[in-house]
Write a protein that binds this ligand. Structure first.
Ligand code: PLP
Length: 397
C-alpha cells in the first residue's frame, strides 16, 4: 500500500478563492449582463516597466546567441543581481547586508513555504491571525502541530506583541497581507529583542515593502538593532515591479545566523539554505534576473515607483469612499490592501457587495478566525474600474 503523507489531510482546504469564484460564477449565470469588478485579487494589473522589458529583450538576445549564452546559472542567483539588491534595497537605506547574504529565488511564496525545511519537526511556530496561509500550511504539511495563532485586532493595531509567545519561529509580515497594517520600528524591535532573548528565529516577509511611504516605518527587519542575529527576510519583485507572472524574489540569510543540533552543535542557516536550494532548485532564469536587475536602473526605479504610486492612488480612492460611508478602514497608506471592519458576517457582506454593487472583495474569515467581521479590498486594478467600483459601493452602502 502506498502510504500518503497524512499531514496533507490536516491542511484546511483552500476553499476561499474557489468559493469566491463559485459565488461570482453563480451570480453571473443569473445576471449575464452584470459587469462585475474584482477588488478581491492580490495580483497586479499594470504592465511591466519599459526598462524591465528592454532588459529582458536584451537577455533573450543573449540566450539566442547574439550575446553571451547562459545555461544553468548559479542557484543562489547571479552576482549582478545580488550586488544591486544589496546596494539599493539595503546599503542605501543604511542597512549592512552583503551580496553573499542574498539568495535569489523564483518568488517569495516558495521561500516562505520552503524555509521551514531547515528546522526539526518539533519546533513551535507562531503566526498572526489573520494570516497569509502559506506560513501555516507549509508547516502543517511538514508535520508540525504546534502552531500558535496570534490575534491581530483593532485593539493591537493588527500587530501582535511577542509578550508570552513561546515559539521557536515567528512569521511576521509587514506591510501585512491581508490587513494592510504596518509595524512601527518600536514594535519590530520588541520582536527582535524577544527573538534574541529566547534564541528564536523571525521569518520576516517584506513582499509589500515597496508600498511604504510613511516616514519612519521600517522597510526591513534589519533596521532593528540585533536583527541580523535572529531574522531572515523574504522579498519579492512581484508587487514591487509587477513580476507576478515573471517570478523573482529573494531571501536574506545573514552571516552567522544559526540553529542547533540536539547535542548543542551550532549550524549556520545560510549553508543549510544553500544546500537545500542547490538540491531542489535550479535558479531563477537568466532572462528574469536581467529583468530584475533593470528594476534598479534609474529608469527602472522611477517606472516601478510610478506603478506602485498608481496602486496607492487607487487605495486612497477606495479608503476615502469607504471611510465616508462610515466604515473603519486599516491599510491602504503603505499597502495595496484595505482591511475594512464590516461589523458583521464577512461572507454576508461579500454577498451584499456582489449583488448590490457587482463588486467582488475577499471575506476576512478566509484568512483566519480573527478575520471574521472584516473584508480585504485590493487596490490592484485599473483606475476606471476602481472609480466605478467606488461609485457603486457608495450607492449600495
Ligand atoms: N508573501 C505575501 C505576504 C504575499 O501576499 C505574497 C503574494 O501574494 C507572496 C509572499 C508571494 O509572492 P511571490 O509572487 O513572490 O511568490
Amino acid at each position: 500500500m502506498l502510504h500518503a503523507n497524512e499531514n496533507y489531510a490536516r491542511i484546511k482546504p483552500t476553499y476561499l478563492f474557489a468559493e469566491i469564484a463559485h459565488r461570482v460564477a453563480e451570480y453571473q449565470r443569473a445576471n449575464p449582463s452584470a459587469h462585475v469588478i474584482r477588488l478581491g485579487i492580490g495580483d497586479v494589473t499594470e504592465p511591466l516597466a519599459p526598462a524591465v522589458i528592454a532588459a529582458m529583450h536584451r537577455a533573450v538576445d543573449d540566450e539566442g546567441g547574439r550575446g553571451e549564452f547562459h545555461g544553468y546559472g548559479p542557484e543562489q542567483g547571479y552576482g549582478f543581481l545580488r550586488e544591486k539588491i544589496a546596494e539599493f534595497d539595503f546599503r542605501r537605506r543604511g542597512v549592512g547586508i552583503s551580496a553573499e547574504e542574498i539568495l535569489v529565488s523564483d518568488g517569495a511564496k516558495c521561500d516562505c513555504g520552503n524555509f521551514q525545511e531547515l528546522f526539526s519537526e518539533d519546533v513551535k511556530i507562531a503566526v498572526g491571525d489573520p494570516v497569509y496561509p502559506v506560513y501555516v500550511d507549509s508547516n502543517v504539511m511538514a508535520g508540525r502541530r504546534d502552531i500558535a495563532l496570534l490575534p491581530c485586532t483593532a485593539e493591537n493595531g493588527f500587530v501582535p506583541s511577542p509578550a508570552g509567545c513561546d515559539a521557536d519561529i515567528a512569521y511576521l509580515c509587514y506591510p501585512n497581507n491581508p490587513t494592510g497594517a504596518v509595524a512601527t520600528a518600536a514594535q519590530l524591535q520588541e520582536w527582535v529583542d524577544w527573538a534574541n532573548a529566547r534564541g528564536s528565529l523571525i521569518i520576516f516577509d517584506a513582499a509589500y515593502e515597496a508600498f511604504i511611504r510613511t516616514p519612519g516605518v521600517p522597510h526591513s527587519i534589519y533596521e532593528c538593532a540585533g536583527a541580523k542575529k535572529c531574522a531572515v527576510e523574504i522579498r519579492s519583485f512581484s508587487k514591487t515591479a509587477g513580476f507576478t507572472g515573471v517570478r523573482c524574489g529573494y531571501t536574506v540569510v545573514p552571516d552567522g545566523l544559526c540553529a542547533y543540533h540536539a547535542d548543542g552543535t551550532a549550524v549556520e542557516l545560510r549553508p543549510m539554505w544553500t544546500r537545500r536550494q542547490t538540491t531542489k532548485f535550479n535558479g531563477a532564469s537568466y532572462i528574469t534576473q536581467r529583468g530584475a536587475e533593470a528594476v534598479y536602473s534609474p529608469e527602472g526605479l522611477a517606472q516601478t515607483k510610478a506603478a506602485v504610486d498608481f496602486y496607492l492612488g487607487n487605495a486612497r480612492i477606495i479608503k476615502e469612499a469607504l471611510s465616508k460611508s462610515g466604515y473603519s478602514v486599516t491599510g491602504g497608506d503603505d499597502s495595496p490592501y484595505l482591511w475594512v471592519d464590516v461589523k458583521g458576517d464577512s461572507w454576508g457582506f461579500f454577498d451584499r457587495l456582489l449583488t448590490a454593487a457587482n463588486v467582488v472583495v475577499t471575506p476576512g474569515a478566509g484568512f483566519g478566525s480573527a478575520g471574521e467581521g472584516y473584508i480585504r479590498v485590493s487596490a490592484f486594478n485599473s483606475r476606471a474600474n476602481v472609480l466605478e467600483a467606488v461609485r457603486r459601493m457608495e450607492k449600495a452602502l
